[in-house]
Design a protein around this ligand. Sequence first.
Ligand code: GTP
Ligand code: MG
Length: 197
Amino acid sequence: LFAGAADFIAAAPSIGVLPPMDGVEIAFAGRSNVGKSSLVNALTGRNTLARTSHTPGRTQQLNFFKIGERLTLVDMPGYGYAAVEKAKVAAWTELIHAYLKGRANLARVFMLIDSRHGLKEIDTDVLDGLDKAAVSYQIVLTKGDALKKHEIDARIAGIQAAIARRPAAFPEILLTSSRDDRGVAELRACVARLLSE
Ligand code: GTP
Ligand code: MG
């Protein structure tokens, strides 16, 4: 699946200009700087497909990438970045919510959480929205290279407890790193399973 073509197809600044729904869509959501664009690149094996940056707020539109015939990956703007203008943050938040709740071919949202920081209030707000809208999501921990084994285990156990009663949460939590590629094969397998469902 990821050995073939991966192409940028569109960047949508607002909900009115999304590309047509086509095949299975999977979105990467999470706080600014959590590593969404980096993980899209790691997953597809293309280092420059999605633009990454040390400074939060890099991705400002919904970016759609076509992988093979039937799969579209969506790299989303991050939420919760306070240093850009309030109006901009509000517009992104609105766009993120409108997209997540209104996309019929959205098979799953990968909810990226920085493994060093865990779930923040702003994350649980987004999870509340997804649970209410019955949009299936899966927690993907990022930057796993920055933690020790026992810290990782504690982080996963904590989040597992936090999502246990959430109706739209997929129970399996993935630990990934775009830096050392851990968990990337497992993430690819998840995507492949979604495509074959
Ligand atoms: P926005 O588009 O601004 O919301 O950010 P993003 O979530 O797309 O994050 P991005 O992929 O641009 O990465 C943000 C920063 O985190 C960059 O400095 C990356 O080098 C770093 N980063 C991403 N993935 C990893 C990882 O697996 N490990 C470590 N240590 N750093 C990472
Ligand atoms: Mg980004």
